[in-house]
Structure formats: structure tokens, C-alpha cells
Ligand binder design. Structure first.
Ligand SMILES: Cc1cc2nc3c(=O)[nH]c(=O)nc-3n(C[C@H](O)[C@H](O)[C@H](O)COP(=O)(O)OP(=O)(O)OC[C@H]3O[C@@H](n4cnc5c(N)ncnc54)[C@H](O)[C@@H]3O)c2cc1C
Length: 491
């Protein structure tokens, strides 16, 4: 590490002058930082947020806006869905593992309806009481609810009562201005609320290292502002909320090598710095190999076809959450994937509304028979033919005994037939980070909380340990961010 940016903790007695001071100092003004700031200010603390860029927002303000909430929220009820805390827990523990932090999932689910009311009623985040039920990464318009984790498809739907839990803040001009989508409509009210509560913010302030007193307590942060080192004192606590390590190739090589050079749905400020700063004082880590993996194709297309790997074999039910498709493609199928679809199904899918027209790829190969298509794709003779023959044999009866795709999407594949080359078309962001308690205290490798240090968002390991559901990131970032602020304020 260069001398210009020391990552080692700085002893408090070496600080000459405190340039800024507050009860609670928050690093990063994305979703976790904003929720922490509001939580701390509502608990009576004087709060200062330090943000590296020129404004609030982070990845969150660019996000589609899914927030994973359930257990019977007003939107779920208004849209006619029954949900319970137990069903939500069961789904999250099954889908977001293996190795989930069950204590975290328990408090997250038990507090979810309250979290909804905090966001909607106290912070003013708008939610429209309407449901989008077609395949897609996001709703194409301003609907407030969608299945966002594969709850209503195999392998979960038969054992856990499904409910949609992807809540999206109501957005305006989504088509005209994607930047003002659901994520913006989460961040604008949250940061307005922070300002209303008197939260101060300093921009162009790049946090570099923790300041620690002689007892090992975190009492501040050193940051670089306009090329100068400045020291910021935190009277009660520091909250780290600077995002993932999706843009730190060295950390990716060490912890999540399949994600090297594959960042998506993140921003280049996600450089893992906060994780390393806390590691330097003994912080523990969790789930550093986990990642959200997007599959860059419009689900309106591939749900109506089949997905095959580099050997021409199906590998997943195509009606599941597209993030599960991404993980299965990258982790289990060497990032080799093709969408195989007949002309009628392609035309139907392409005519349906979508939030992601840019992912509606034209076919790479088109053929009159499966045999011809297989040859054009360069697959061994018979590989794709046997896949399509088996699929069609069962599809005639409307079933998919191999992967359990729902009957509504199971139709024999006819001709003309096409394939879209999806090899290599995945990307995403890391889910691992600092190990924290349910109250967002950063835990030392001994298991004890590090005095004065709290964290939330993608610099921490949240509710996802391996699997992912859309909304889990803005969900746990806002939920545990708020708790981080409250804990720091009470510290
Ligand atoms: C296009 C897109 C779509 C997405 N859709 C969804 C979705 O629908 N649902 C969902 O749950 N997630 C979604 N995500 C992911 C989600 O936005 C992030 O995972 C989430 O914002 C992480 O929260 P965070 O607070 O940890 O990080 P951020 O929201 O990115 O905030 C981190 C902040 O810290 C700042 N920072 C970084 N380093 C420093 C430093 N050294 N000093 C000071 N400040 C620093 C950054 O500039 C940033 O403002 C999407 C992301 C993108 C880009």
C-alpha cells in the first residue's frame, strides 16, 4: 500500500487537529449510509456523512430499486398476496445460502413490515399498490411488487408458500430516464429525510483509514479531501457503508475469482477499501466468495425457450429468477450458455413489455431443424437433438420432470428454431464482506464487537451467503444501515 494512502489504523494520539467532528460519522452516502444517517439522527445523534464522490446516491441511486420485504406488507396485501414471517424466513434461508446467517435473517424478516412503514411513512418512499407478474428483471413501468427471487418456481414453490417480496419505489419517467428509476426514488426521500433531520454531509471526501484510541476503540476516520488528509472525529461511533469489492481485482482474485473483470450493477467506487481498513484492526469476514450474478438476456425470451450449456444440455428451469440463471451459468456451467427458442415463442416474447429491451438479443443462428442448428452452433451431433427430444416428449404433457418448469411455460419446441449465443454474458457484484452482528457491530476475529465500529450494505456480509434475490441488497443495506445508525448513536 502506498504511503499516500496508508490503510493501517492511525493512533488517535497522532492526530494533530480534528477537521470535522460529530457523534456519528458515516462513510459512504449510498443506501446503507443514508439509512444509517437517518437512523442515527432519529436516535438523537449529531451525524456527519463523508462521501467520496460529488453527491449522494452510490450504486443505490442507479438501481432498479427492488427492496426485499415481506411478511404481509401493505403492498402485498393490496395486491392480494398472503405472506408470513415464517414463510419469508424459510424462503430466504433456502434460497440465499448455503451458510446463511440465520440470526440476521430472523431479525430481518421479523422487522420487515416495520421496515416498510419506516421507509414509506417516516421517510416518504412511494410505493404503488400494483403487481407485475410477467417474466422480467424489473417491471417495465411503475408497478410496486414483483417476484424477485424465484419464490414461485422450482425448487422452492412446492415446499414454501410463495409470495412476491420485491418492492419497488414508484418511479417516474422510467423509460425516458432510467437513472431516475426505483433506486433514485428510494435515495431521494432517504437523503431528503437525512437533511430534514440536520444530517451534515461532506463530499469529495475519500475515507482512507480508521483512527483508533489506546484502548482499541474506533474514534474517527482519516480521509483525503481535495488531495489533503483530514481527520474526522466520531464521538460515539463510525459507520462504514462504502459498498462492495466488485472493482478490486486483487480482492476478487483472492476471494471470488470467478468475478474477476466481471463487475455489473455496481460502481467503481466499490473498491473494498472499508473492508481492508477494518481488516487492519482485526475485523472478521464472511461469505467473501458470494456474488450476485446477472444473466444478460431478457427473461421474456428465455422463459419461453430452453437454456442449454456448452454441451447442449439443459441446466435449470428457465422460469426461475434470472439471477439464479446467472449463478448457475457462471458457477456450474463455465459461463457457457445458449438460449434455444422456436420462432413463434421468440416472436411472442419479443412482443411483450420489458424493462430491458437492450437485453432482447437477435438470434445468433436460425435453422429449419434442430440437427442443422446444432451443427451451426458447433455442438456434437445429437447433443442438442437429444435435449430437445426429451424436453418435447414431456412438454407434450405440459410437464418438465427434469427441472420442474411451470406448466404455463412448458411448450414443445418447434421449427424454425434459433439460438442466442450467451457465452460469457454474465456479471455482477460481490456479497461478502465484514462480519457484523444483528445490530451492525463489526465483529473482531475473536467474535467480540470492535468498540466504536459499525457497518452495513455491501461492505458487509448481509442476508445473502451464496444465493441472491433482487432486493436483498437495497433491503439489507437499508435495514441493517438503519440499525447501524441506531447502534452507533446509542454507543
Ligand atoms: C443498475 C443497478 C441496478 C441495481 N438494482 C438493484 C435492485 O433492484 N435491488 C437491489 O437490492 N440492489 C440493486 N443493485 C445493487 C445495489 O444498488 C447495491 O448493492 C447497493 O446500493 C449497495 O449499497 P451500499 O450502501 O453498500 O453501496 P452504495 O449504495 O453504492 O453506496 C456506497 C457509497 O460509498 C461511497 N464510497 C465508496 N468508497 C468510499 C470512500 N473510500 N470514502 C467515502 N465514500 C466512499 C460511494 O461513492 C457510494 O456513494 C443495483 C445496482 C445497479 C448499479
Amino acid at each position: 500500500m502506498s504511503e499516500a494512502a496508508p490503510i493501517r489504523p492511525i493512533p488517535a494520539d497522532q492526530v494533530g487537529e480534528w477537521a470535522y467532528e460529530a457523534d456519528v460519522v458515516v462513510a459512504g452516502f449510498g443506501v446503507a449510509g443514508a439509512a444509517a444517517a437517518v437512523g442515527a439522527a432519529q436516535s438523537g445523534a449529531d451525524v456527519l456523512v463523508l462521501e467520496r464522490t460529488g453527491g449522494w446516491g452510490g450504486a443505490a441511486a442507479m438501481a432498479g430499486g427492488f427492496i426485499y420485504m415481506g411478511g404481509g406488507t401493505p403492498v402485498q396485501k393490496a395486491c392480494g398476496f398472503e405472506d408470513s414471517v415464517d414463510d419469508m424466513k424459510a424462503f430466504m434461508k433456502a434460497a440465499l445460502g448455503p451458510g446463511t446467517d440465520d440470526a440476521k435473517i430472523d431479525v430481518y424478516c421479523e422487522g420487515s413490515v416495520d421496515h416498510y412503514h419506516w421507509l414509506a411513512d417516516e421517510c416518504g418512499v412511494p410505493f404503488k399498490m400494483s403487481f407485475w407478474g410477467e417474466p422480467g428483471w424489473e417491471p417495465p413501468a411503475d408497478d410496486g411488487l414483483q417476484y424477485s427471487g424465484g419464490e414461485n418456481s422450482a425448487p422452492f414453490s412446492t415446499t414454501i408458500r410463495p409470495a412476491p417480496r420485491g418492492h419497488i419505489p414508484q418511479m417516474q419517467n422510467k423509460r425516458e430516464s432510467a437513472e431516475r428509476g426505483g433506486g433514485y426514488m428510494l435515495m431521494k426521500p432517504l437523503t431528503d429525510k437525512a437533511a430534514e433531520l440536520g444530517v451534515r454531509s461532506e463530499y469529495d471526501m475519500r475515507v482512507q483509514a480508521l483512527i483508533v484510541d489506546a484502548d482499541g476503540r474506533v474514534v474517527g476516520l482519516r480521509a483525503k479531501q481535495y488531495g489533503k488528509d483530514v481527520d474526522v472525529r466520531a464521538r460515539r461511533g463510525v459507520v462504514l457503508a462504502t459498498g462492495s469489492f466488485a472493482y478490486n481485482n486483487q480482492m476478487l482474485e483472492s476471494f471470488a475469482p470467478k468475478m474477476v473483470n466481471r463487475p455489473a450493477a455496481s460502481i467503481e467506487e466499490h473498491d473494498g477499501r472499508a473492508i481492508q481498513m477494518a481488516q487492519a484492526i482485526g475485523a472478521d469476514l464472511a461469505h467473501m466468495d458470494a456474488a450476485e450474478v446477472a444473466y444478460f438476456c431478457d427473461p421474456q425470451l428465455f422463459t419461453r425457450g430452453i437454456l442449454v450449456n456448452g454441451r447442449g444440455q439443459r441446466y435449470i428451469n428457465e422460469d426461475t429468477y434470472p439471477g439464479r440463471v446467472g449463478q448457475a451459468t457462471l458457477y456450474e456451467n463455465q459461463n457457457q450458455s445458449f438460449v434455444v427458442i422456436d420462432e413463434a415463442a421468440y416472436e411472442e416474447g419479443a412482443s411483450r413489455p420489458t424493462a430491458t429491451p437492450e437485453l432482447r438479443h437477435r438470434p445468433t443462428w436460425v435453422a429449419e431443424t434442430v440437427e442443422e442448428l446444432e451443427a451451426e452452433m458447433g455442438l456434437p451431433a445429437g447433443a442438442l437433438q437429444s435435449t430437445v427430444e426429451v424436453y418435447n416428449r414431456h412438454a407434450e404433457q405440459g410437464v418438465d420432470p427434469l427441472f420442474g418448469k411451470k406448466a404455463e411455460w412448458v411448450k414443445p419446441i418447434g421449427t424454425p428454431i434459433a439460438a442466442i449465443d450467451m457465452r460469457g454474458l454474465t456479471g455482477g457484484f460481490t456479497l461478502g464482506g465484514l462480519r457484523t452482528s444483528v445490530d451492525s457491530e463489526v465483529l473482531h476475529v475473536t467474535g467480540d464487537p470492535i468498540p466504536g465500529l459499525f457497518a452495513a450494505g455491501r461492505c458487509t456480509a448481509g442476508v445473502c451467503a451464496g444465493g441472491y434475490a433482487s432486493g436483498a441488497s437495497l433491503g439489507d443495506g437499508s435495514f441493517f444501515g438503519r440499525r447501524a445508525g441506531i447502534s452507533a448513536a446509542k454507543n
